[in-house]
Design a binder for this molecule. Sequence first.
Ligand SMILES: Cc1ncc(COP(=O)(O)O)c(C=O)c1O
Length: 375
Amino acid sequence: MKRIIYLDNAATSYPKPKQVARAVAKTIETIAGSPGRGAHRQAITTSRILFNTRLDIAKLLKLKNPERIIFTKNATEGINIALKGLLKKGDEVAISALEHNAVIRPLAVLKKKGVRVRYAPLDKNGLPDPSRLPKVKMLITTGASNVTGAVAKIKALGRACKAKKIFFFVDAAQIAGSIPFDTSNIDILACAGHKGLLGPQGTGFVWFAEGLTPKPLLDGGTGSESELADMPSYWPDRFEAGTMNTPGIAGLHEGIKYLLAKSIKAVREHEMALNKIVLEMLMNDSLIIVYPPFDTRKRASLISFNVKGVDPAEVGDLLDRRGIAVRTGLHCAPHAHKFTGTFPEGTIRISPGALTTQADVKRFTQELYKILKGR
Ligand SMILES: Cc1ncc(COP(=O)(O)O)c(C=O)c1O
């Protein structure tokens, strides 16, 4: 059977560095114990896995206070912890026009409880304009749109938020590990562990700057301060109720170490080169509509397009039969599709990753070309 060409890294990365799966297997096979539960050496080893992973995440993304990294099962859970734990009746937040449902849906719940949600003044790509921020409690932006790939101006937004005393919340699901960005003025950062950070599915985290303490989303056992009915007062225990995904976090640590060794900058250059190959092919075909921005330096490693007059699902199916996996339809971000005029049909999205090769994207362009010629 032909090897699958996987071009859906915006959903979850594949392949991962080999050591990721090895670390997951090794943890399951050789380490007996639950982090924080018990003083035997095996339990201490699991606690150390979590501790060391936090340290390396903080090093990779230049985050202060690694204990303020809360492990979650994905970016969505981290976003829920932040929004539901910090916002209350009467608070007003501003968002971009490109938010994922991971942000939109928790905000819809909070709206019913009296939180006000508005769009920030937007730039031409649908992202917040740093020069025109409204005075709200929190600005929430995706680091990059998972529909158009447009990248937010994180440094300028961070500075503007700081000047106006607005909490700056970045949903970094589409940029962490694949685009270098300035975290110095970010107050809340939610990341998926299983996308650009190259960890297994079931991993993610949210980080909070000093001074911000959300209400815990979950209450339960932590192995610490067990005599108290309340959650422990200290980080990260206060927010990590229940047994943690130690094997997954051990795998995530290998993804992080891979990125520390290679550098996010090098991944970015690799992915931009792949995107350039695809963009050139797509933009030179009159049957294809590509959605802006068109400059690879201003977009994450994903490209949304449509074939004129053809349902995106049909193109996806034809590619799938040729061994090429892409995403089609609505990509969990209905506002972004409305902004680009691709609602409700959606788009075909291809997203090369850190371990995608030039041969993979060339094969995609060849197969797409054959499909177009056959019409
Ligand atoms: C911008 C954005 N935010 C949040 C998410 C949710 O990530 P997860 O599936 O890890 O919860 C995604 C996933 O596609 C995304 O693209």
